[in-house]
Design a protein around this ligand. Structure first.
Ligand code: GA4
Length: 322
């Protein structure tokens, strides 16, 4: 249950202080086979909007294969990788994040995950790589969809949301608007890999190699480094689940600093609802509309509004009720 990492006072102090040493902070660890997992997940979503998942049941050989194929892709000559970009938002991207001037020391592949739609850029990515990459990506997406749905179902059971598939079905249906991102941070000096932001979707499921790079922001505003764990997954609450729980769950702010010792590879599955889905506080959690902290919106509207913002903007502000 205890994971080690250190609250950082500010981003700058971390960068300029060469004597920086991590020390303990608690980040919840959820064993998915534990009968109390659903209670612990809800607690973690309320307190941190973030937790680590162990005993997840995803095959190690699939994880290894996906990682190997992605590493081969990122090792291709720049001119070949550029044939799969710029991202629209899907495809290969380098340094630029989103359409509004954000940059980071990162290159990435962003794919529409539901289904793996054959857009121009996506086709180009898989043209540059052996068929194994595409197969591993497709299989991985299915695993992530399963894990995200299971976690959402546990949340629904614990919060007595009826029917218990109410949240999970948003991810399971074929119209679900989920995506998969593979980020490669070459690293060397410590720089901003991916600036601070919250994820717009319901939940995100992340896995990375052993790099000390991911940081989350705690309720008191301090930043903590998440100790890496190659064999586990990390889950964070996104804006949509914050709205549906009427603010009971917090969409966690997070960022990535590049590691000075080795390059980082991370894979994130963003579980999103169908574009036409109406998002609003759930009536079982907030029966009186006067208590709603947010206005109702469709996922499509929220997504297009997110693409008009900068990475670090507070996107839910526009949808808050006065
Ligand atoms: C953050 C979470 C996901 O990585 C992402 C990102 C998206 C992009 O890179 O295309 C966004 C960002 C993310 C939120 C604000 C907008 C859109 C970049 C950006 C500046 C794929 C997503 O869904 O939202």
């Amino acid at each position: 249950m205890v994971v080690l990492s250190q609250p950082l006072v500010t981003f700058d102090s971390h960068l300029v202080n060469p004597k920086y040493k991590p020390s303990p902070v608690l980040i919840p660890v959820i064993d998915l086979t534990d009968p109390y997992a659903k209670t612990l997940i809800v607690k973690a979503c309320e307190e941190f909007g973030f937790f680590k998942v162990v005993n997840h049941g995803v095959r190690t050989d699939l994880l290894t294969q996906l990682e190997q194929e992605a590493t081969k892709f990122f090792a291709l000559p720049q001119s070949l990788k550029d044939k799969s970009g710029p991202p629209d938002p899907f495809g290969y991207g380098s340094k630029r994040i989103g359409p509004n001037g954000d940059v980071g020391c990162v290159e990435y592949i962003l794919l529409n995950a539901n289904p793996l739609l054959p857009s121009h850029n996506t086709t180009a990515i898989f043209r540059q790589t052996p068929a194994n990459f595409r197969e591993a990506v497709e299989e991985y997406i299915e695993e992530m969809k399963g894990m995200a749905s299971k976690i959402l179902e546990m949340v629904a059971e614990e919060l007595k949301i009826e029917p218990k598939e109410k949240l999970s079905k948003l991810v399971k249906v074929k119209e679900s608007d989920s995506c998969l991102r593979m980020n490669h941070y070459p690293g060397k000096e410590q720089e901003i890999g991916f600036g601070e932001h919250t994820d717009p979707q319901l939940i995100s499921v992340l896995r990375s190699n052993e790099t000390d790079s991911l940081q989350i922001c705690l309720k008191d505003g301090s930043w903590v480094t998440v100790p890496p764990d190659h064999s586990s997954f990390f889950v964070n609450v996104g804006d949509t689940l914050q709205v549906m729980t009427n603010g009971r769950f917090k969409s966690v702010k997070h960022r990535v600093l590049t590691d000075t010792k080795r390059s980082r590879l991370s894979t994130i599955y963003f579980a999103g609802p169908p574009l036409t889905e109406k998002i609003a506080p759930l009536s079982c959690l907030a029966p009186n509309q006067e208590d709603w902290l947010y206005k109702e919106f469709t996922w499509s509207l929220y997504k297009s509004s997110a693409y008009k913002t900068k990475l670090g903007d507070y996107r839910l502000g526009l949808f808050e009720r006065q």
